[in-house]
Design a protein around this ligand. Structure first.
Ligand code: CDP
Ligand code: CDP
Length: 224
């Protein structure tokens, strides 16, 4: 019944996209696609292989051979599970420069679209509503104030045992958002037909409930 229903969620770092998208998908019986994870995996891999984040014939060559795959919330590069490496502060600091490369984005386009062919999908990232799924059933632009987003991300990092200061996290996500918003190809921006949701004073559960309601209202399909 839910076939081809696509919920596209975009927004800046720490807005709550992944945690909310995952729960919305669970509640609606849809698949969840974390596109940030595939950009992170590819950036981690290319960096480990010694590739600088610049276009070159070598980069084009290696990207034409790389196999990126997703399965059960894990991400694989050429069959190797890299999931546990992709959320480090190190990858946080390098991912945007790789994600700005046209060759990298082209390489990851089909794997994202393929996910929607298998059934209904909740996808989150930066260009879901603008580039990857322009015909999505419903588009959400999820955001919150810089300080709220930095607070959320800071807490997340502390829980993971990373020792970073709030100020450092704030500066880091502001830099990354600025870079993501100003790149030439598929920049972070709200699609003209996206619903703007400011979550600054909403709990995670409130956001989840609100989005589930929006999806139900905006889809003609029966959602149980
Ligand atoms: O969780 P967080 O918002 O910190 O980041 P993420 O969603 O995992 O994305 C990491 C980075 O990947 C972003 O800062 C972007 O540079 C890039 N990205 C992108 O360019 N396009 C997407 N659809 C998703 C992520
Ligand atoms: O994917 P994105 O970078 O947009 O954010 P996230 O990783 O899903 O969320 C960052 C943190 O904020 C997580 O620990 C969420 O549980 C938390 N969160 C929150 O406290 N309040 C919300 N309304 C949404 C998320």
């Amino acid at each position: 019944i839910m076939k081809n229903l696509v919920v596209a969620i975009d927004g800046p770092a720490g807005a709550g996209k992944s945690s909310v998208a995952k729960k919305v998908a669970e509640l609606l019986g849809l698949d969840y696609l974390d596109t940030g994870a595939i950009y992170r995996a590819l950036a981690f891999y290319l960096n480990a292989m010694g590739f600088e984040p610049v276009e070159s014939p070598y980069l084009t060559e290696i990207l034409s051979k790389i196999k990126v795959s997703l399965s059960d919330g894990c991400v694989y590069i050429n069959g190797a599970d890299v999931t546990e490496h992709i959320r480090s502060p190190r990858v946080d600091s390098i991912v945007s420069s790789y994600a700005a490369l046209p060759t990298v984005r082209r390489c990851l386009l089909s794997i994202q679209r393929e996910q929607a062919e298998e059934g209904g999908l909740v996808a989150d990232g930066r260009d879901m509503g603008t580039v990857v799924f322009p015909d999505a059933t419903i588009k959400i632009y999820l955001t919150a104030s810089d300080s709220v987003r930095a607070k959320r991300r800071h807490l997340q990092l502390l829980e993971r045992g990373e020792k970073v200061s709030f100020d450092e996290v704030l500066r880091q996500i502001q830099n990354r958002d600025q870079f993501d918003s100003n790149r030439e190809i598929a920049p972070l921006c709200q699609a003209s037909d996206a619903i703007f949701v400011d979550t600054s004073s909403m709990t995670e559960d409130e956001v989840v409930d609100y989005l589930v309601r929006l999806v139900k209202e905006n889809s003609n399909q029966v959602v149980l």
